[in-house]
Design a protein around this ligand. Structure first.
Ligand code: KIV
Ligand code: ZN
Length: 523
């Protein structure tokens, strides 16, 4: 097939597109999406299975917890490069360097803002100071690894001549990947493509480095802008699963990958991604972060391959390509096979967990999961992979801190009568009981919990999703609570959505109680 790629840059010899996943770093910056080390390791394992080239595991200098999480991912992952973000300061870069030390292949990603508005109001630094700091950061990073990436934060609003000066300086200092971020999601595809093209044309030795793009979705254009960058010579895209990320999110990995693959006639590029792992990865990230996927989301939304109109259904039955440009099974739909049931034993469960890449630290942890599986199988006939994922997520979220523990609860609703709920909650071993009325059984349950907890939190979000289909499916509930500037997402899953709601509420309270402080890398 002829190379129809219109804007292929002459100095880009590779036909490979590097997929840099930042779900565990920029994705984690979504309100309430902070993850524990164990959660990050689980997602990292799945990202490795998905075949991403680079996993940005976190921002090591943000807190001891972040450092440990990056280190744990570096110790675990073997087939993807593990990266830590670092502001362009000596302490940040050295923390990143220490955290990625155990990695088979490790990268430091250092950044500093280059736009007038950021330099003047946020950094209070002159252009000369920014260049000097960028160069120093790259040099400190090179003491730990050859694989150093530099980002010019807010490149979208930076002066072109200054950007060229900074990029020229960091290439000479030894950076191997130059990332051009649209930090505020301001660009549109034609302008973004043009910016990348101009940089590659004007920065000296631009053919010695990989050009990367990192787009935010404030105008809903993150994927379109990323693809425009690729058409103009970028060979790394920074993206997240389900488009998770700051504000409106980042470019969504699944959309970028499937666009490049489906329109290979235009891009003429390959990725290392095993696309059949896309849907399982999306589900895992959604269940761990508590961010549901909207049904009409491209590729991973529940309706992405559902044909509603009779004309479409008829067409697809006669010839699939009439209305489908991708096959559902190619992105991992239909992998949701019946796996286990009430009579399944420990070995069957162990094997299924292994197939799902879920490992247990100890036999006790496996036994606890087996116990939960049996309890679930008593209430739910068929247990799917998604149920097992959520069972383990439930276990992991419960481990955040067990300050509040649900001992028992009941809720009653009847037409014409105000719903009531009773909860028994254990706080550090002492049981407390409370009754409350509410607008519905969930509201009554939350009111009853609050009679015990007196948390003073604000409920910002409540959402319920079916983990699998059917009325006996588990409901997965997300509760977002805010207090004193901290925001957390709590999750709970159960075949009874009122119980799932209580679990989610208590999980959020436990996260707030654990007081894990997190710094924001872009401040
Ligand atoms: O959006 C951004 O600019 C970033 C950088 C740290 C790469 O996330
Ligand atoms: Zn970002």
């Amino acid at each position: 097939m002829p190379n129809k790629m219109p804007n292929k840059m002459p100095n880009q010899t590779t036909d490979k597109l590097i997929i840099f996943d930042t779900t565990l770093r920029d994705g984690e910056q979504s309100p309430g999406a902070a993850m524990t080390r164990e959660m990050k390791v689980r997602i990292a394992r799945q990202l490795e299975k998905l075949g991403v080239d680079v996993i940005e595991a976190g921002f090591a200098a943000a807190s001891p917890g972040d450092f440990e999480a990056v280190k744990a991912v570096a110790e675990t992952v073997k087939n993807s490069t593990v990266c830590s973000l670092a502001r362009a300061g000596e302490n940040d870069v050295r923390r990143a360097g220490e955290a990625i030390k155990p990695a088979k292949s490790g990268r430091i990603h250092t950044f500093i803002a280059t736009s007038p508005i950021h330099m003047q109001h946020k950094l209070r630094m002159s252009e000369d100071q920014v260049v000097e700091r960028a160069v120093s950061a790259v040099k400190w990073a090179l003491e730990y690894t050859d694989d150093v990436e530099f980002s010019a934060e807010d490149a979208v609003r930076s002066e072109m001549d200054f950007l060229i000066r900074v990029f020229d300086a960091v290439i000479r200092a030894g950076a191997k990947t130059l990332n051009v971020p649209d930090t505020v999601g301001y660009s549109i595809p034609a302008a973004w493509g043009e910016r990348i093209r101009e940089l590659i044309e004007r920065v000296p030795n631009s053919d010695k480095v990989v050009w990367s793009t990192h787009c935010h979705n404030d105008l809903g254009l993150a994927v379109a802008n990323s693809l425009a960058a690729v058409m103009n010579g970028a060979r790394q895209v920074e993206c997240t699963i389900n488009g998770l990320g700051e504000r409106a999110g980042n470019a969504s990995l699944e959309e970028v990958v499937m666009a490049v693959r489906t329109r290979r006639d235009i891009f003429n590029l390959d990725t290392r991604i095993d696309t059949t792992q896309i849907v399982p990865t999306s589900k895992l990230v959604s269940s761990i972060t508590g961010y549901p996927v909207q049904p009409n989301k491209a590729i991973v939304g529940a309706n992405a391959f559902a044909h509603e109109s009779g004309i479409h259904q008829d067409g697809v039955l006669k010839h699939r390509e009439t209305y489908e440009i991708m096959r559902a099974e190619d992105v991992g739909w239909n992998a949701n096979k019946l796996t286990l049931g009430k009579l399944s034993g420990r070995n069957a469960l162990r094997q299924r967990f292994a197939a799902l890449n879920i490992e247990f630290d100890s036999e006790e942890a496996f036994n606890a999961a087996f116990q939960r599986f049996k309890e679930l199988a008593d209430r739910k006939h068929e247990i799917f992979d998604e149920d097992l994922q959520s069972l383990v997520s439930d276990e992991a979220v419960a481990q955040v801190s067990e300050y509040y523990r649900l001992v028992a609860m009941g809720a009653h609703s009847e037409t014409g009568v105000l719903p009531v709920a009773r909860v028994i909650i254990s706080i550090e071993g002492t049981e407390h009981q409370a009754d409350a009325q509410g607008g519905g059984p969930v509201d009554a349950t939350f009111q009853a919990i609050e009679k015990v907890a007196h948390s003073g939190t604000e409920l910002q979000l409540y959402s319920v999703n079916n983990i699998t289909s059917g009325t006996d499916a588990q409901g997965e509930v997300t509760v977002r609570l805010a207090k004193g500037g901290r925001i957390v997402n709590g999750q709970g899953a159960d075949t009874d959505i009122v119980v799932a709601s209580a679990k989610a509420y208590l999980n959020a309270l436990n996260k707030l109680h654990s007081k894990q402080e997190r710094a924001h890398p872009q401040l």
